[in-house]
Design a protein around this ligand. Structure first.
Ligand code: C2E
Ligand code: CA
Ligand code: CA
Length: 554
């Protein structure tokens, strides 16, 4: 098929080029004929002093120079046709060569992009998306076997002390450890591509075709054994503490989400057991935090509007005006009641739901923001982005699409990011942040002071605002250290040309202290807790804080 296309492209090109080149040959023939006519007339005139048909005939008959000239059009015609064919053929071949080269390059680029989106950059192992895909395919082929589906096992391996290693040795060394772990796991795995890195320090292993029951537990023991030997990093011997959670298909779940979620529950139990591994049992659900069992329900909550977006007001400390609000997600679970975003956001991050969740929040927040502007209330709406969002190259286009649909200006929005979310893959995060900033979106560094602050990176990011974490702000009256940190952070931010928002403003005393320190914006329970849109509108009418535009109709 491809060959046929190339061939037809080739002959089309040649035909086109030949027509172009032939034109020049015809012109040559034309010039040669014109030369014969002029020369014959000249010979006739020089001989007879006049030009007559007879004279022309005689000139043509007796003048050998004219005979030579007469050959010109044939020579030009033949030579022109011949060389145009050769040239057209060569040029056509060159174009086809180049087209093929371009096609090969495009194919390679496509393959490279597909590889990057399905593999972990550090270890080259399949990433979460590819692992889920493989498990899904394995489930489908196991189910094809009818009543007696072939067994599969999923093992999750997590490094318990990874955070300590990261905090002590830093990113480069902990990356080296992850690479070595991945090598040891691959050495153990019987199937090529059976091992995947599905999260920062979590590996997934798919085992199919189990010969006998209990084999996967044996495999878990082998994993623990393989990880026993210390890892040599920068002349230091480092020990890791892995745990393994195991699930079986079909007993423990019929779909990849449920299976991985239950492997996570088993992993949680493994952390507490001294064996270091655990095979999932239903009774585990009672002993694990609620968040581990809620995953599939969250997906339904997004689909069925089980979520709500609350807003927490922000007030300008210097002018006393209500200047903005932070959008905060709420999930009111039909059975468990209110589930904290601190539980379900990390859960959604670990699964493939954060994109949907962020999309949902952006739709709501932009729609509400547009409505407030229409009503005359000019609020800057802050929206939280999570780590995974910042590594999604589609995010800028997604946001601009939602903004256009809602009819808002980018400058009305503040996107909140955290140090941690930027630092996981700083380069790619920076590209996305810069693109959004070029579109006119403002950025705020949330939870400032709690992460691995890197001033070098802070300077690289196009920030408008620093948000001091509530853990420092809440204690500034009682704790001198916290007061010093808050004061220094405000000065630092102002020196970098940034505004400062303090969250966790729980009392008038804190508000007064922040005024003294020159802080710009306050957010906290002293002003209001996060509330629904209706309550927010009422709060704006009744609060003691000023509204810039008095002609609002809420
Ligand atoms: P955050 O971004 O740091 O949000 C501020 C949190 O501090 C909110 O908790 C808010 O209710 C709480 N807070 C505000 N003022 C005070 C105060 O004066 N005292 C105390 N004790 N707490 C205060 P919330 O709503 O539970 O949210 C927790 C976290 O969940 C947020 O922390 C944010 O990281 C995440 N989150 C919430 N909504 C979203 C969302 O739409 N997307 C993403 N990616 N994350 C979200
Ligand atoms: Ca925030
Ligand atoms: Ca915060």
């Amino acid at each position: 098929m491809a060959l046929a296309i190339v061939n037809s492209l080739f002959s089309d090109n040649i035909r086109l080029l030949k027509t172009e080149a032939s034109k020049t040959a015809y012109q040559g023939v034309g010039v040669a004929i014109a030369t014969i006519i002029v020369a014959t007339c000249l010979v006739c005139y020089l001989g007879d002093n006049t030009i007559s048909l007879e004279g022309l005939w005689v000139a043509q008959k007796h003048n050998p120079a004219l005979w030579m000239l007469n050959l010109g059009p044939f020579v030009f015609g033949f030579w022109g046709q011949y060389s145009s064919s050769i040239m057209a053929y060569q040029a056509g071949a060159m174009i086809v060569d180049q087209t093929q080269e371009l096609r090969i390059r495009a194919d390679n680029l496509e393959k490279e992009t597909a590889y990057v989106s399905t593999h972990d950059r550090l270890t080259d192992l399949p990433n979460r998306a590819l692992f889920y895909d493989r498990v899904e395919r394995a489930i489908i082929s196991a189910l094809r076997l009818g009543n007696q589906p072939q067994g599969l096992s999923i093992l999750l391996v997590e490094i318990d002390n990874f955070k300590d290693i990261y905090d002590t040795l830093g990113r480069n060394s902990s990356d080296l450890i992850l690479k070595q772990i991945s090598n040891r796991l691959q050495g153990l795995s019987l199937e090529t591509d059976g091992v995947a890195k599905i999260d920062g320090n979590v590996f997934g292993i798919l085992l199919s075709e189990m010969d006998s029951s209990g084999w996967d537990e044996e495999f878990a023991q082998q994993i623990l054994k393989a990880m026993e030997a210390p890892f040599l990093i920068d002349r230091l011997y480092v020990n890791i503490h892995p745990n393994v959670g195991i699930v079986h298909f079909p007993e423990h779940g019929q779909d990849v989400d449920t299976l991985v979620q239950r492997a996570g529950v088993a992993l949680h139990i493994a952390q507490k057991s001294n064996k270091g591994y655990a095979l999932y049992e239903q009774s585990f659900d009672k002993h694990t935090p609620l968040r581990l069992t809620l995953m599939s329900e969250l997906r339904h909550a997004i689909g069925r509007d089980g979520l709500e977006l609350f807003y927490q007001p922000q007030v300008s400390i210097q002018t006393g005006e209500i200047c903005g609000a932070e959008a905060l997600l709420r999930w009111n679970h039909p059975i468990h009641g209110f589930v904290s975003p601190e539980d379900f956001i990390p859960m959604a991050e670990r699964n493939r739901m954060i994109k949907q969740l962020t999309q949902w929040v952006l739709h709501r927040a932009f729609r509400d923001c547009a409505l407030w502007y229409k009503q005359g209330l000019q609020l800057k709406i802050s929206v939280n982005l999570s780590a995974r969002d910042l590594h999604d190259p589609e995010l800028p286009d997604l946001i601009s699409g939602i903004a256009v649909a809602a009819g808002i200006q980018p400058a009305w929005i503040m996107l909140e990011i955290t140090e941690g979310s930027v630092m996981t893959e700083p380069e790619s995060a920076l590209v996305i942040i810069k693109r959004l900033n070029d579109m006119g979106y403002h950025f705020s560094m949330d939870d400032f002071g709690t992460g691995y602050s890197s001033l070098a990176y802070l300077k690289k990011l196009p920030l408008t605002e620093l948000k001091i974490d509530k853990s420092f702000v809440m204690d500034i009256i009682a704790n001198e250290n916290d007061a010093a940190i808050v004061k220094a952070t405000i000065n630092l931010a102002h020196n970098l040309g940034l505004k400062v928002t303090a969250e966790g403003v729980e009392s008038k005393a804190i508000m007064d202290r922040l005024t003294e320190y020159g802080c710009d914006i306050a957010q906290g329970y002293f002003l209001s807790k996060p509330i629904s849109v209706q309550d927010f509108n009422q709060w704006v009418q009744e609060a003691d804080w000023k509204i810039a535009n008095r002609n609002i109709q809420l």
